[in-house]
Write a protein that binds this ligand. Structure first.
Ligand code: NAG
Ligand code: NAG
Ligand code: NAG
Ligand code: NAG
Ligand code: NAG
Length: 413
């Protein structure tokens, strides 16, 4: 209760800060040229790194390997992205999660790669990953230790660690929230933002604050994406729960700053093919980062078919950058706008019984009686009939239909 109140107060105070600062912007004459003014505004909003204009795509070691990660696994993942063709589809980040460093810093206070598992060091690994045309990500915590409690966190060492990461050629930082000192994330996370901005290399900044203090409301000035939920696990209910929680913050997502309902579990074996299709469809349309979490050296055809669906990936990478939302309370229908006056809709059967789900074009945001061409993004087929009012799908257990809707130009008479 008390915590809820603090959250509300924080929200209100953030809003007040937002109002007064934008008010100040309006009153104050912009310095120098218009260009300077706009670039300053962009700088504040995009963390000066211009990264994440579409959601990042890649792979992270945690969901499959947890703490059992080493440099061979990371190199194999990079090779796997390239040989499977996934790199070509846009999966370019190769991200090391927790457990990569020695428990103590060196005598100069620097983080050092764990010598038993990363004997070549992170710089060499970054060189390798870059040589494959990919980018390397790393992990730390806004606390004294990372969540595994096997290595130091970066609290109090933000500038030093950001410099280290930049010197190694790191391209992405996932920043967790464990073993912190109890101070607000709204202080601890920006400390790393400032450090990264000084480090001299654009590094995508992923806030992993678990949604505690509603980072969607303040994350845009701080990082390129922010977790809105606790960790995902490889089962249908947890996955859907993460999607539902993330949905509450839909309006805050935009190019340069995305809601993050956690990484993908597709290919890890805990869900059926149909459930993984729902998982991937949702993550794509809500503009989540698409970070694979399976073993890329042992991909099944089925997994590749899901994570390699170009039409669904294109929904995620659509330049309009608007997060799709759940649009009906009484039926599981998710929808959102895309560039070119197009829309995406997902009709989902969350249960084990068969059901018919009807979406009205109005639910999706399309004016009634508009003629739309309907494309099924998993069947890769354009339906023969155009829709004008309703879109009904007959769905078996955990069935779903993902449609791309393109309004047809009226034939003038
Ligand atoms: C790795 O750790 C072992 C044991 O602490 C040490 O003897 C060895 O010198 C270390 N190697 C490097 C390259 O730091
Ligand atoms: C990494 O782990 C794999 C699987 O446990 C093992 O085969 C490989 O030798 C390890 N490599 C290093 C550098 O520790
Ligand atoms: C590869 O995946 C299959 C199932 O998809 C699994 O049974 C097998 O153990 C995996 N092999 C390795 C080396 O992980
Ligand atoms: C779904 O609609 C079809 C066609 O109208 C009908 O035959 C079927 O019984 C319906 N299924 C359910 C579960 O209501
Ligand atoms: C659309 O669905 C609603 C109820 O779900 C129904 O009343 C209406 O007749 C349908 N319209 C068309 C054109 O099928």
């Amino acid at each position: 209760m008390e915590r809820k109140l603090t959250c509300c107060l924080l929200l209100i105070s953030l809003m007040v800060i937002g109002i007064t600062s934008s008010g100040a912007n309006m009153i104050k004459k912009p310095p120098n040229t218009k260009f300077h003014y706009y670039s300053e505004r962009l700088r504040r909003n995009l963390l000066a790194n211009t990264l994440g204009l579409t959601p990042p795509m890649g792979w992270n070691s945690w969901n499959h390997f947890n703490c059992n990660v080493n440099e061979t696994i990371i190199k194999d993942a990079a090779d796997g992205l390239v040989s499977s063709g996934l790199a070509q589809l846009g999966y370019t980040y190769v991200n090391i999660d927790d457990c990569w460093a020695e428990k103590v810093r060196d005598k100069n206070g620097n983080l050092v790669a764990r010598n038993t598992t990363f004997p070549s060091g992170i710089k060499a690994l970054a060189d390798y990953v870059h040589s494959r045309g990919l980018k390397l990500g790393i992990y730390s915590s806004a606390g004294f230790f990372t969540c595994s409690n096997t290595m130091p966190g970066s609290l109090g060492y933000e500038e030093q660690d950001a410099k280290t990461f930049a010197s190694w050629g790191i391209d992405y930082l996932k920043y967790d929230n464990c073993y912190n000192d109890g101070t607000n994330p709204t202080a601890r996370y920006p400390a790393m933002t400032r450090a990264l901005m000084k480090a001299g290399r654009p590094i995508y900044y992923s806030l992993c604050e678990w949604g505690d203090m509603h980072p969607a409301t303040w994350g845009f000035r701080v990082g390129n994406s922010w977790r809105t939920t606790g960790d995902i696990s490889d089962n249908f209910d947890t996955m859907m729960n993460r999607a539902d929680m993330n949905n509450m913050y839909a309006d805050y997502a935009r190019p340069g700053g995305w809601n993050d309902p956690d990484m993908l579990e597709v290919g890890n074996g805990g869900m059926t093919k149909d459930q993984y299709i729902i998982h991937f469809s949702l993550w794509a349309m809500v503009k989540s980062p698409l970070l694979l979490g399976c073993d890329l050296t042992n991909l099944t055809q089925e997994t590749l078919e899901i994570i390699g669906n170009k039409e669904v990936i294109a929904i995620n990478q659509d330049p309009l950058g608007v997060q799709a939302k759940k649009v009906r309370e009484d039926a599981e229908i998710w929808a959102g706008p895309l560039s070119g006056y197009r829309f995406v809709a997902l009709l989902v059967n969350r249960g084990t019984w068969s059901t018919n789900i009807t979406a009205h074009l109005e639910d999706i945001g399309i004016p009634p009686k508009t003629k739309v061409q309907v494309r099924d993004l998993w069947e890769h087929k354009t339906l023969e009939e155009t829709a004008t009012m309703n879109l009904t799908a007959s769905l078996g257990a955990y069935g779903s239909k993902m449609y791309l809707l393109t309004p047809l130009k009226e034939q003038s008479s």
